[in-house]
Write a protein that binds this ligand. Sequence first.
Ligand code: AMP
Length: 590
Amino acid sequence: MLPWTTYEAMYDAALTQPEQFWLAAAQRVTWKQAPVTACRTRSDGWHDWFPDATLNTCHNAVDRHIENGRGDQAALIWHSCATKERQVVTYRELQGRVAGFAGGLRSLGVGKGDHVLIAMPTMIETAIAMLACARIGAVHVVVFAGYAGPELAYRIDDVAPKVIIIASCSFQGQTPIPSAPALNEALATATHRPQACVIVQREACSASLLPVRDHDFCTLEQSAPAEPVMLRSEDPLYILHTSGTTGNAKGIVRDNGGHAVALALSMDLIYGCKRGDTFFTTSDLGWVVGHSYGVYAPLISGCTSVIVEGGASTSAIRALCHEHAVKCLFTTPTQMRLMRQESRYLSRAILPALARIFVAGEYADPTLLEWARSYFRKPVVNHWWQTETGWSITAHFFGLPKREPVSLMNDIGRPAPGFRPAIVSSMPGEQCGEIVLSLPLPPGCLAGMWKDGAIDIPSAYLDETGRYYRTFDEGMIEANRAVHMLGRSDDVIKVAGRRISGVQIEKIIAAHPAVHACAVVAMPDELRGQRPVAYVAVDSQAACEPSSEEIVARVNEVIGRWVGLKEVRFVRHLPTTVSGKITRKRLLVS
Ligand code: AMP
């Protein structure tokens, strides 16, 4: 039971007595050594959560529920929209498979602190691989299965994994795409060599295993089970790459203890979910929402988690909600737009178990939310997130008995406990500006950044005073603390909820010998929220001009087709400031 009745009481408790607040929240987690201190400032100025405590995240997500009599409850329900397969795995079965695969990873030489790269679509085996790493203290790095060879190679060199895990194929729609070519291409160009590769064989398209290098996932699952190892709260659980202002993807490092506490509290406070409830996220497990709410939060809280491979259709979402009595559905505006497109073909049967729907990841226009409310006849709310924060910065709080006014629900909500947003405006007296967050950030947020083999203070995110974390999102804050989002202040583009830096695409286009200069901007897209459009100025001395097909093909080859670049506009000059910087904003109005 949450001890507060109103939002204000809850938020103020975290503000005025943070140690007490977070030590109480920490009681949702099973510790080997319970924390006596909530937050400690590190020598590098960043913060560690629950620094004197030890735990194992996998034990919290799996074993403790069996110890508490929930072994026969479904832990994970997986549905593939590509193959129409469905699997239900109980907590007891999950424990057996995770412990066995953890033993298999050990037999390949993986131990505490080692990196394991998982390049898989959303499958039960992806969750098993993540939890198995957490069990033995290895750090998982899940990357989107749709990355082309060069993007994969960049991540392999960035984190130097001991083992790489892939599925034999992923799917584009119903078409199987073999994964080995991208892996082989990546390994041919990367300088780092993993000790082994593990392959999940899928019926639609199996892979031939290379002797010595490759191992079969199922065989490794049969290994002698490994017990959870105790870790310090601040030990890393995972690294997750995301795009930022500097172009190259950055590895966000998440800890064990703060992450478990924040997610367990959020399930109760924000989503209003308890043990035994079913939570469904349509997010790919390779995205932060898939990590947090596809795997860790529902499992730590003893819920059943529904995960899907491939873009789920409205009928699949409805069927899954109905058949598995889903209480909370968490999706993206892009997915919701797809549902709206298809909904006219479907009946509007009521889903009695479904209590509420959440969206995040990109701008959701009020008409979309209104449509979803009338279609599902349930509360539909928007909340604001970043890979870096791991859980929502602002939200609506369904665990509190006194609900917020409905008028707030189109907006991204009010700050979650421990988040202290402020506006930095470029003009004095302006109400709008960049949203910054006072340090320390609450538990669950980035514990550091992976860089050159070291975990660094996230200096890339601090303002010049060193007291605020920059979100690079712009907005305004009302007197009742409601936050409104207006968009990004940097060049990050959200394509179907997935983050890509315009600079990352520009670097690929600029490498063409005939390109003099280029700029990539985000244009609104009816279905996918935003789409990249490239402006290219061709070198007047070039022997031949590049075609737009050639440029699109280059980008697809390096990043992957998901990026959705279709439009290349050739221009004579790009608009620049007097100091020569390209003014991308002027392209948006052209
Ligand atoms: P990611 O790290 O991929 O989750 O992307 C985080 C970014 O997505 C944020 O910095 C925002 O720009 C955007 N975003 C997340 N949630 C929302 C939301 N509810 N409304 C508008 N933009 C959002």
